[in-house]
Design a protein around this ligand. Structure first.
Ligand code: SF4
Ligand code: SF4
Length: 75
């Protein structure tokens, strides 16, 4: 797993692993993940981080049923 030094918390979502279940979108307390119209190689529409507002709480990470899809970068 890549370890990255960051100034503000953020997440990365691997679009090719996402199954489009929307759980991260509904569970994020800050509302900073949204579904897109992008379709990955498996045919699922994918979620993405809007780019700001993440607190690094990792709720999305634990909500996601697909291991390794979401990486949380804490401060
Ligand atoms: S780490 Fe928390 S605040 Fe950041 S995107 Fe995930 S659920 Fe939302
Ligand atoms: S919870 Fe995981 S699989 Fe579901 S939409 Fe979010 S990133 Fe994709």
């Amino acid at each position: 797993m890549e370890i990255k030094e960051v100034r503000v918390p953020s997440i990365d979502i691997d679009a090719e692993l996402c199954k489009g279940c929307v759980l991260c979108v509904t569970e994020c307390p800050k509302g900073v993940i949204e579904m897109t119209d992008t379709i990955n190689h498996m045919g699922y529409t994918v979620a993405k981080y809007i780019g700001e507002g993440c607190t690094g709480c990792a709720i999305c990470f634990y909500a996601c049923p697909e291991p390794s899809t979401i990486v949380v970068h804490k401060k």
